[in-house]
Design a protein around this ligand. Sequence first.
Ligand code: GLC
Ligand code: CA
Length: 556
Amino acid sequence: MEEKKWWKESVVYQIYPRSFMDSNGDGIGDLNGITSKLDYLKDLGVDVIWISPIYESPNDDNGYDISNYKAIMKEFGSMEDFDRLLSEAHKRNLKIVMDLVFNHSSDEHPWFVESKKSLDNPYRDYYVWKPAKDGEEPNNWRSWFSGPAWEYSKETDMYYLHIFSKKQPDLNWENDKVREELYSIIDWWCKKGVDGFRMDVINFISKVQSYPDGQKEDDQLYGDKIPYIANGPRVHEFLQEMNKQVLSKYDLITVGETTHVTTEDAKQYAGFDTHELNMVFQFEHMTLDYGKLGKWSTNRIPFIPLKKILSKWQYELEGKAWNSLYWENHDQPRIVSRLGNDSMEYRDLSAKMLGTCLLMMKGTPYIYQGQELGMTNIEFQSIEDFRDVEILNAYDEFLDNKLATAEEMMQYFNLKGRDNARTPMQWDESEHAGFTKGTPWIQVNPNYTYVNAKSQIKDSNSIYSYYKELIRFRKEMEVLVYGTYNLLEENDENLYVYTRTLGNTTLLVICNFTDKELSYAIPREYEQAKIIINNYPHRTNNSIIRPYEAVVYCKE
Ligand code: GLC
Ligand code: CA
């Protein structure tokens, strides 16, 4: 068996602090709010809490634009509040993972304020500056959040690079001083006692230094920047250096957010002996519903490719690198709406089925706040209701360039927009779902009256109670952590069937991804096996799989 590690055996819960719990009635979630809910998380059974950025920030991208890496955002509280959160978490044996945003800072970070002043400023090379090319931007890259990836700065008559919004200038990792500063920030948080880091778009830190134009079709506005920014020439060197200088000195959990990675890349980022990170978030299963306008489409995730991709990640990392498992995070719509069925009839069953399918796989599972309640997408009526910089910018860009109509954009945003994940956590049936006594910064999903934590905690058949069981199984059964994965019925259009095996123990996981009753005879050797998990009260017929049914057999 491969080496045992606590971070392989953990279940992580992600908190988006702005939307989790507001303690002081200003409508914005905060650190004291999180502290007040630690017992809820302990009861759920998770061991690690990843908190999206809580540092000082002008909030152009809700904290993913940091202006001081060693200070707490005022709206979220103070450093004392943070210290108390950390010690209260540790008292309960819960670990805290910080979100590190090191590809870029805020344009209000003192480094950038200095950097833009003059060519000979000591901080000039902390960022990426280029002169105009033929009177225009230095190249044809598009920013992730619409418009060119370069912003003109009149002080020095040059452009700076921003892969994300123009308030998120990219740090220049080629500069040794920048890397030293960043490593010392990690060290500072480690000395405070935090238990790990989630590293934002960490595979974008090394750019191809010639900054060439990207390939572009005639009908496109921008060229493809990905080959020049993702998994760049020095990325592994930088991560190994970071590992050597700081990460390896502590016992941490580290996970890199990496879009555009293959399993080959991941084996290097998260290999058992490559000395970079513990694991990465891959995106292949999250981009299957993309269309010609990227994520803005009405496509559903196709089922057979979904099984193929998840299985590929399971097989190829086996014994070599570690997987992370996720359906949701603060950038993704709600999975029960996206891949399950959020109707009155099937929300409960399909949420449990999706939880089973994910948490029985090999890798460290990440549960996003509200996923354990089967929280759904929200339907906003007006563009005014949205808050996300990605959505607001895309709306203008797509309309200006006639790429889609306003109605189409609204439909895309309601299906795929990031604000779906950012509506307040639904604690109870009181006003604003018990999230705040004030006016929430973004609307609460009206279904809080029946989708909420309070009612689910006391109901032993709820989605919450079911997740609790799934998590408990992961703690009790080594096969769920260390067992190998094997896909069955590869070409079945409706069922996801796989096994996990360790020594003499085998689990058979069967998930029906449709609202149809299917006939499926379970393999003979499981007929006498024990059913350890089922999202229906009883199983009476071994050859029928009911709508959105999930069942797990255990054979020893
Ligand atoms: C990551 C974050 C996302 C953020 C972006 C820029 O993808 O998850 O929320 O907008 O990086 O920091
Ligand atoms: Ca607050």
